[in-house]
Write a protein that binds this ligand. Structure first.
Ligand code: G3H
Ligand code: 13P
Ligand code: ZN
Length: 311
């Protein structure tokens, strides 16, 4: 199936009370694992590439991998730029065939964020591409940017209407307590999300798709396998899946997951190599990692996002 934008997918997700996974991709095994899991469960899927992913694969490999995946399966696949830092990278990706881009102006002032987002939206819409923006600032590590807890800030619901109407953006990522990476809460800290902020944003933006970044759950089973087979991973805590399940039923139409994929891939590779020290064919251990990611994505689609059967 050809690549699609998320416009119609989000309309269906909004009214159907489910969310679509924004899964980060970095190599062939991850692309295949995600799309094959989604295909098996008949779920639409968003494959997203960060600047780091583009650098690691090179843009041409990344694009061809995603195009190959879309051809390989019979479900709607969106090719999305994750955390576009400036107009140029968004323009590059739009010109290159991405069907969706994120312009992340969350580090700028409200007015600067609006001006930058509007510029990207004008360029993107002209080419039939949709745009995600961010208001509020998540804590955690993404690319080379590390936002400390003190510098993070929740989205102010009083800002969202003006932001969306002045930018004409297609979806909005908000900060309600999720954060990037594997260490979302300090030891002893109780995970919590500000559902009151989500509800207030939802009320001010009727029928409008909200996005949650930083939504990995750091599932215990993968952390335990990594530790069991010699990896170190201290006090990793993610967003509880029941909270994400609840969010998926609301105006949240896209939930971003990267760290959980990394953990699953690493657990699969470590387990394979530890249990089979004789393995040296990358197809065996990378194949195990790919199977772990496939199982993880199936679990997310079926038990967290609720998007199974919606393709
Ligand atoms: O939100 C950011 C993603 O986790 C991407 O991370 O820049 O290391 O690829 P990365
Ligand atoms: P995690 O680090 O929680 O997987 O978040 C990924 C993300 O938000 C990508 O944009
Ligand atoms: Zn993110």
């Amino acid at each position: 199936m050809a690549l699609v934008t998320s416009r119609e997918l989000f309309k269906k997700a909004y009214s159907g009370g489910y969310a679509i996974g924004g899964f980060n991709v970095n190599n062939m095994e991850i692309v295949q694992a995600i799309t094959r899991a989604a295909d098996e469960l008949r779920s639409p899927v968003i494959l997203q590439a960060s600047a780091g992913a583009r650098k690691y694969c090179s843009p041409v490999y990344l694009k061809k991998l995603v195009e190959a995946a879309a051809e390989d399966v019979d479900i709607p696949v969106v090719m999305h730029l994750d955390h576009g830092a400036d107009f140029e990278i968004c323009k590059d990706c739009i010109d290159y065939g991405f069907t969706s881009v994120m312009i992340d102006g969350s580090r700028f002032s409200f007015e600067e964020n609006i001006a930058l987002t509007r510029k990207v939206v004008e360029y993107a819409h002209d080419k039939g591409v949709v745009v995600e923006a961010e208001l509020g600032k998540l804590a955690g590590i993404e690319d080379d940017v590390n936002v400390s807890d003190e510098d993070s800030s929740y989205t102010n619901p009083d800002d969202v209407e003006e932001f969306v109407s002045r930018t004409n953006v297609d979806s909005l990522a908000i900060a309600i307590g999720t954060s990037h990476g594997a260490f979302k809460y300090k030891p002893g800290q109780k995970p919590q999300l500000r559902f009151d902020i989500l509800k207030a944003c939802e009320e001010r933006l009727p029928d409008f798709p909200i996005v949650l970044h930083g939504s990995s759950s750091v599932n215990r089973e993968y952390v335990d396998i990594i530790r069991q087979y010699g990896g170190t991973l201290d006090d990793a805590i993610g967003i509880p899946e029941d909270m994400l399940r609840e969010a998926a039923k609301s105006a949240v139409c896209k939930i971003n997951i990267d760290t959980d994929i990394r953990l699953a891939m690493t657990a699969g590779v470590r387990k394979d190599l530890a249990e089979h020290p004789e393995h040296f064919d990358p197809r065996t251990y990378l194949g195990s990692g790919r199977q772990f990611v496939t199982d993880l994505v199936k679990h997310k689609i079926r038990d967290v996002l609720g998007s199974a059967g919606q393709a």
